[in-house]
Design a protein around this ligand. Structure first.
Ligand code: 5GP
Length: 190
């Protein structure tokens, strides 16, 4: 998606060789017009998949999932929680997710009533790096007896291998901007 790549070049900040910071339009301040274009692109890519639910993980995926859901006719959005709040009294599905950016391991949780057998789920997230978050979410859908019909990433860091691993497991992965490398602040796309 050229508009997104241009924005990454203009405003993205490469940190070392592993991390891209996009706080000015995606992760801290949000450009909703760009998000709307991103959502349209997900609709173009996955619109024929009879999606009935969109799944993401807190926090950065939520805004993306909500605008995407509007393009799919206001589908419900479910976001996996990374902590177990006191309010989460229902039974839940849980999957371990490692975070390379934070160096932590957490359990992604979704209450059982929000993921069901027969659900056709589109997973979306801001970044696809090692694939941990996506594999965790796919596992939650599997536990519920649903089907992951697609995984949409706004930005894929191809060099961290997550998309390759997911495709090897037969998931359909579509990334709107694919980064080949980050070096000395330079962001190289595929
Ligand atoms: P993965 O689980 O695929 O290794 O990493 C994806 C998750 O980690 C995303 O939910 C995203 O929030 C976070 N993440 C991974 N790499 C980056 C990055 O370069 N920049 C930002 N802002 N978040 C990242």
């Amino acid at each position: 998606m050229q508009l997104l790549k241009d924005r990454i070049i203009q405003d993205g900040v490469g940190i070392g060789t592993e991390i891209l910071k996009v706080d000015s339009f995606l992760n801290h301040q949000i450009d909703v017009e760009l998000l709307d274009q991103i959502a349209q692109e997900f609709k173009r890519l996955f619109g024929d998949q009879n999606v009935n639910k969109i799944l993401t993980i807190e926090a950065s995926g939520i805004a993306i999932a909500c605008i995407t859901a509007m393009h799919f006719g206001n589908l419900p959005v479910v976001f996996a929680k990374k902590t177990s709040p006191n309010t989460m009294t229902d039974e839940f599905y849980g999957a371990e997710v490692k975070s390379f950016t934070k160096g932590t391991v957490s359990i992604a949780r979704v209450a059982k009533k929000y993921l069901q057998k027969g659900d056709r789920v589109l997973i979306v997230d801001d970044f696809l790096a090692h694939g941990e978050a996506a594999f965790g979410m796919a596992d939650l859908v599997r536990q519920a007896g649903g089907k992951v019909v697609g995984i949409g990433a706004v930005i894929e860091k191809q060099f961290q291998g997550g998309a390759k691993k997911l495709r090897k497991e037969s998931y359909r992965v579509e990334s709107l901007a694919v980064i080949k490398s980050i070096k000395d602040g330079n962001i190289e796309f595929l």
